[in-house]
Design a protein around this ligand. Sequence first.
Ligand SMILES: [Fe+2]
Ligand SMILES: [Fe+2]
Length: 219
Amino acid sequence: MTAEEFVAALDRENQARLHDLEPDATLLPEIKGALNVPNLLKVALRNEAEATLIAARWLTSCHDTKLMLALARQAADEAKHYELIAARLGRLGFDVETFDPLAGGLGPLSRYLDTLTENVERVAAGQFTREAIAIVKNRQFIAFCERVGDKETASLYRDVIEPDERHHHELGRRTLIRLATTAEAQAAAQRAARRTLELADELQKTALATAGIHHAPGC
Ligand SMILES: [Fe+2]
Ligand SMILES: [Fe+2]
């Protein structure tokens, strides 16, 4: 399989599995008072901080100049998202100065990403797949914000954050086409993408069971 054919097939596989992350309509009535924009933005802060850290760690151990620059761009964007979300939380009355979203350490998905050492698997998992998940989750979050009448948060996600996350996914696609040129590289990329989706699915189920969270934004 050529790299282009492989990436197109992986994209189709990812999109099919991403349907499992769509919220089940029958669970929507379970949303309770605690499910509000500020609480979801606190989850988003944590995701952005973790995404910044992983991209920054990878770029310091990357000897591929194009990929190093793509990771630097991503790390800067995720840190920018953190700032914008923190500012929005501040306007919603939440004191972000006393909040450290990484105080409890990295979550399971970031811990997994942190174990990856090959460029092709890092890109398949961290950019191509994780950012595809973010696009789906952010779409759900924007719809949630609109439903509860929070136009400012909806537009922050639609106009600023979402285009960046889409760009990260495209960076992942371009790099995968460049790197997934052998059967071994393609197998490693597919394994990493599948594990990323499995972990995202498990996390979503846990969030759903413990906090009724369906729409937590991704990065
Ligand atoms: Fe982000
Ligand atoms: Fe991102």
